[in-house]
Design a protein around this ligand. Structure first.
Ligand SMILES: C[S@@+](CC[C@H](N)C(=O)[O-])C[C@H]1O[C@@H](n2cnc3c(N)ncnc32)[C@H](O)[C@@H]1O
Ligand SMILES: O=C(O)C(=O)C[C@]1(C(=O)O)C=C[C@@H](O)C=C1
Length: 247
């Protein structure tokens, strides 16, 4: 994985463009996401551990919005069910190209890894195969809010009995004080990871039009409306959380 540090917003920009998963972001993405999302390494590793509990033999495991394949790699480290295959999907050509390079490197070093297919495509247009595990790790927040329920409905329809959706997201809070407190603490987390106030402010304006977080209550209600029977938060660190949703 690239070790290049994220300096994308370090210099003052006359106009901050909308955030995009382009080549500049791809180059620094492992550093960016680790320094921006509290608990990210714990979420990714344990997503693999949880997935191993739900993976059914001879089924598909989806990594939707796979970026550089961190979740796919965690699935490969932990899932031991026979005959499973990972399908990783992302609509950023730059992400997909680099993700394929990393995974091919792994394939040549290790035998007996789960086979992986990396698809460059829109998860909104995907024809889902019957799946036992679906991971949406910080991806749903980039989908237009009005498209989220239909996507979750299609995921629910594709899930096999005994399977699970694992959904990680940045959260918004309905209580104004709670929202302000956790936003401030998230800024403190970013500062402690070496981001300047300018970087934090410019990243916020870049992202506010393209990433729309929901509250935990909205997630729960939408997942139930999509046909899931059980929704269980298994991780929260500041304003970032991960949920398990069962069919
Ligand atoms: C924050 S990143 C996900 C991080 C990644 N899952 C991980 O754990 O390292 C969001 C990803 O979702 C992808 N994405 C956003 N909208 C998408 C869509 N409609 N279809 C496919 N991928 C999408 C972006 O290109 C980006 O790579
Ligand atoms: O809230 C932020 O500032 C973030 O950087 C969050 C977040 C995310 O949650 O995916 C946004 C974009 C980058 O992909 C990395 C992290």
């Amino acid at each position: 994985m690239s070790k290049e540090p994220d300096r994308i917003f370090a210099q003052p920009l006359a106009q901050v463009p909308d955030f995009a998963f382009n080549e500049d972001v791809v180059r620094v993405f492992p550093d960016m996401i680790k320094r921006s999302v509290p608990g990210y390494p714990t979420i990714v590793e344990n997503l693999g551990v949880l997935a191993a509990q739900f993976a059914q033999p001879h089924s598909v495991l989806y990594d939707l919005g796979s970026s550089l394949g961190a979740v796919t790699q965690a699935l490969r480290r932990h899932v031991r069910s026979e005959g499973c295959k990972v399908i990783a999907v992302d609509n950023s050509a730059a992400m997909v190209e680099r993700c394929r390079e990393y995974l091919n490197g792994q394939n040549s070093m290790f035998q007996e890894l789960l086979p992986v297919e990396v698809i460059e495509g829109d998860i909104l247009a995907l024809q889902f195969e019957p799946a036992s595990v679906v991971a949406l790790n910080f991806t749903l927040q980039f989908i237009a809010p009005e498209q989220r329920l239909a996507l979750l409905g299609r995921i629910r329809q594709s899930l096999l009995p005994g399977g699970a959706l694992i959904l990680s997201e940045k959260l918004r809070f309905n209580d104004t004080q709670e929202h302000a407190l956790l936003t401030d603490l998230h800024i403190a987390f970013k500062r402690a990871n070496g981001y300047s106030d300018l970087e934090i402010a410019q990243k916020r304006s870049a992202i506010e039009n393209v990433m729309k977080p929901d509250s935990l209550e909205e997630h729960r209600e939408r997942l139930l409306a999509a046909g899931f029977s059980t929704v269980v938060p298994w991780f929260q660190c500041l304003n970032f959380a991960s949920l398990i949703a069962l069919p």
